[in-house]
Design a protein around this ligand. Structure first.
Ligand code: HEM
Length: 519
């Protein structure tokens, strides 16, 4: 290659670099949060996200600890990343301007394939409770979070666990993640959708998610959801198998809706459908909306339950502490052992602390908001319309200034009330603000009932002889919890005293939830 060609090529690269560098800084208002990660304009943040994956925002928090908020510029959008704990409530208070609803709309449109007419209903009002998205939260909230509706959901999940555990009369070997996933999927969807639960069908389960961690096929909808939501690549070209899987599931939910089976489901699913009908969502779209609820209902509950069981049984001290507590929650009468869920929630502080530490340590919820109009955050930082705000749970959960020097350790007693008190905003296991997860009480009851049943009735031992924490490097950020890369083969060994008993669940009193970090 001649020198002239090399000089021209280098000149071209230099000019392009200067052009994009100038574009980056000339289009950034001085009142906006400062730009970081700009050595290759518009590209460096993407390279950082690929390199650091789920630890990108914790890494950036440490690197830019002097900045309460900063801007990442990627092609087409600015991401305003909240670094400082103090700014999180400020963002959450502006829920009419810094809104979540467009994310839900994208999910229904790009991932569930909703029609233009359905999307128009959602987009009609993204801000008030009269709109579809915020109205849905209002319509279904009480059916998941308190009273007899919540107790009903919890009882149903307990029945499913009991039925599964009764099958282990002798020591039995299982893959732990696969087993926990199967139980949570069955228990949750039976409780939510009722006797005609479409997710009982083995083909539907295969179309939804990988039923084992060794499955390397790409025939399911669930792992593709995040990429489909980005809405960049044509679906019929890049996600053909996932779209086919989705359409198969939509067909099942269409039958479930058309024959009125949802009327035998939980109050939650009845209210959900009722709200769709009242808001005039086209009939053919309602099954797509119903399918969307599967993701909320099970994805994070499976993962959290897996880590809770792993953390309890893999450490003899945690196991003993938790088992001693839950033994107090059982009443034996006439061969029936009754587990009091109210006692577990209100009077088992170490179990609840372990549960919260799982969220702090393994949690990775990313709360995203859309700036609906230009806004001056805290009277200091200009946020421009159409861009995104990111509040990363992991960035806060890994901050030693909040959690202390042992932040990198799993410490099961961290959340005991007699220990150090943490700012309530610092814990973001279930997100926060007006979109704080409405399913959190249901998920908490379900996971604690599974953990308690195992504690009372089984020993769980790794077949390799020692517990090894699986790596989580391949975790997808669509979920709010780390995902194990490999399964753990374990043996469930029934405890001699628990084997021949009948088990049931009771709720002795109102849920005061004194031990919950997010009430
Ligand atoms: C351990 C299990 C779960 C975890 C870790 C979890 C986590 C979350 C997180 C982080 C958010 C977003 C909050 C934000 O952006 O600020 C969220 C929202 C949501 N979750 Fe959960 N969730 C779980 C279980 C459930 C269950 C069982 C249900 C339903 C039965 C559910 C229904 C929802 C819904 C509907 C929203 C959207 C809220 C809105 O639009 O206002 N979640 N969840």
């Amino acid at each position: 290659m001649s020198n002239a060609v090399i000089v021209t090529a280098l000149g071209g690269i230099g000019a392009t670099y200067i052009f994009f560098w100038a574009l980056l800084y000339l289009t950034q208002d001085s009142k906006e949060p400062p730009i970081v990660s700009s050595s290759i304009p518009f590209i460096s943040p993407i390279l950082g996200m690929i390199r650091w994956s789920m630890d990108f925002y914790p890494h950036m928090r440490k690197r830019h600890s002097n900045l309460p908020i900063y801007t990442l510029r990627i092609p087409g959008v600015r991401i305003y990343v909240i670094n400082s704990l103090d700014l999180i409530p400020v963002v959450q208070r502006q829920w009419r301007t810094l809104i979540f609803a467009p994310i839900s709309v994208k999910a229904v449109q790009a991932a569930m394939g909703a029609s233009k007419e359905a999307v128009a209903v959602l987009e009609h009002d993204l801000v008030t409770e009269h709109g579809f998205v915020n109205g849905m939260a209002k319509a279904t909230h009480s059916t998941m979070s308190k009273g007899s509706a919540l107790d009903g959901l919890s009882s149903k999940t307990f029945e499913a666990f009991d039925e599964a555990l009764n099958r282990f009369a002798v020591p039995t070997t299982v893959n732990m993640y696969e087993w926990v996933g199967k139980q949570i999927m069955r228990a949750t969807t039976d409780a939510v959708y009722g006797p005609a639960n479409p997710m009982r069908d083995a083909q539907n389960l295969k179309a939804w998610h990988k039923t084992s961690l060794t499955d390397i096929s790409h025939q399911q909808i669930s792992p593709a959801l995040m990429f489909m939501m980005l809405d960049i690549l044509p679906q019929n070209l890049f996600f053909k198998a996932a779209v086919q899987a989705r359409e198969k599931l939509v067909k099942s939910f269409a039958k479930y809706y058309a024959d009125g089976s949802y009327k035998q489901g939980s109050s939650y699913i009845q209210q959900f459908v009722q709200h769709c009908i009242e808001q005039k969502i086209p009939q053919q779209d309602i099954p797509r909306f119903l399918l969307g609820t599967v993701f909320n209902n099970v994805a994070n509950t499976i993962l959290t339950a897996f880590w809770v069981v792993f953390r309890i049984f893999s450490d003899p001290i945690v196991l003993e502490d938790c088992r001693n507590e839950v033994l107090q929650a059982v009443q034996d009468q006439d061969g029936i052992s009754t587990i009091d869920l109210s006692f577990i929630l209100n009077s088992c502080p170490v179990l609840l602390s372990t549960y919260h530490e799982v969220f702090r340590y393994h949690g990775m919820a990313n709360s995203v908001r859309v700036v609906s109009e230009d806004h001056m955050l805290d009277n200091k930082y200009l946020l421009k319309k159409g861009n995104l705000i990111m509040m990363s749970a992991r960035a806060q959960h890994s901050n030693s200034a909040i959690w202390g020097e042992n932040v990198d350790e799993f410490y099961h007693k961290r959340f005991l009330k007699n220990g150090k008190r943490f700012s309530p905003v610092a814990f973001r296991g279930f997100g926060g603000g007006t979109t704080l997860c409405p399913g959190r009480h249901f998920a908490t009851s379900e996971i604690l009932l599974l953990a308690t049943s195992l504690l009372l009735r089984f020993d769980v031992r790794p077949t390799k002889g020692i517990w090894v924490k699986p790596s989580t490097a391949k975790s997808s950020q669509a979920e709010a919890m780390e995902q194990p890369d490999d399964d753990i083969e374990v043996e469930f060994v029934p405890s001699s005293g628990a084997r021949d008993k009948k088990w049931c669940v009771a709720f002795s009193g109102p849920r005061a939830d004194p031990l919950l970090a997010q009430k």
